[in-house]
Design a protein around this ligand. Structure first.
Ligand code: KIV
Ligand code: NA
Length: 277
């Protein structure tokens, strides 16, 4: 079975079929999501926060990204794998962006890359797509600009900013982006953008009218204790399940009820416990 392609995702939009995307950062999770039929997986630089424990995505390097992309690609047969381009791997020059995106595709095995930003990244989007690298855009709350925003805040909060975002989305699509993530913007703005583009919009905190949704897998599974972002929903409390499981394991070890004979190995035939003693 062939992998999902960017043409498949565009065709889903054309047919009015919504689709779900999730982040994945490792082999095991990628396998589970791929086998569950999730058509597109994002190796988001959010792993800097939810896997590596940084406060922002800014410390993530290209080598960090490659490491996770390779694991996710090995765990998938069907899903389209999109690799985030880390901070400063695409902003310095179009040439550097091409070289770095090329590594994520050639060395990492991803099928597409994602870059944050509007008009500023348009020449890069053109160059990458003309080199054959599918590019996903990302507008609204672009976490690599967290210090510029003064925090992880909802974007497109003024009429001017709304008009800018709508214009940026059109320019990205014209530059060849195959899809665009809309993060933490008012739902009605995402609806307008979705209607105005022929490429899929992928919302996270952008309301129900996007063509697709993306969520961070750690949020969806509530892996990290504490409150979730407003846009997220815990579909399972896996963090609690893990804590219950390890507490039970520790109790069983303490009481001697694990391991049992079931989990143990016997002596070879012909050797008795007396021979060993
Ligand atoms: O890094 C990430 O997980 C992302 C998504 C939230 C879109 O960029
Ligand atoms: Na990201």
């Amino acid at each position: 079975d062939a992998r999902v392609t960017i043409a498949d995702l565009k065709a889903m939009k054309a047919r009015g079929e919504r689709f779900a995307m999730l982040t994945a950062y490792d082999y095991a999770t990628a396998r589970l999501l791929d086998e569950a039929g999730i058509p597109a997986l994002l190796v988001g630089d959010s792993f800097g926060m939810v896997v590596l424990g940084y406060d922002t995505t800014l410390p993530v390097t290209l080598d960090d990204m490659l490491h996770h992309v390779k694991a996710v690609v090995r765990g998938t047969k069907r899903a389209l794998v999109v690799a985030d381009m880390p901070f400063l791997t695409y902003q310095v020059s179009v040439e550097e962006a091409l070289r770095n995106a090329g590594k994520l595709i050639q060395e990492g095995g991803a099928q597409a890359v994602k870059v944050e930003g509007g008009a500023d990244v348009v020449p890069t989007v053109r160059r990458l797509t003309s080199a054959g690298i599918p590019v996903m855009g990302h507008l609204g709350l672009t976490p690599q600009s967290v210090h510029q925003f003064g925090g992880f805040k909802v974007q497109a909060r003024t009429l001017e900013a709304i008009e800018q975002l709508i214009a940026d989305a059109k320019t990205l699509a014209e530059a060849g982006a195959f899809a665009v993530v809309l993060e933490c913007i008012p739902a009605p703005v995402a609806k307008v953008v979705t209607k105005s583009l022929s490429i899929p919009t992928i919302g996270i905190g952008a309301g129900p009218d996007c063509d697709a949704q993306v969520q961070v897998i750690h949020d969806l599974l509530h892996l990290i204790p504490g409150p979730l972002p407003k846009h997220a929903k815990a579909y399972a409390n896996v963090g609690e399940m893990i804590q219950q499981a390890v507490a039970q394991y520790a109790a069983d070890v303490a009481s001697g009820t694990f391991p049992t004979e079931q989990e143990s190995f016997r002596l070879p035939k012909g050797v008795t416990p007396d021979d060993v003693a």
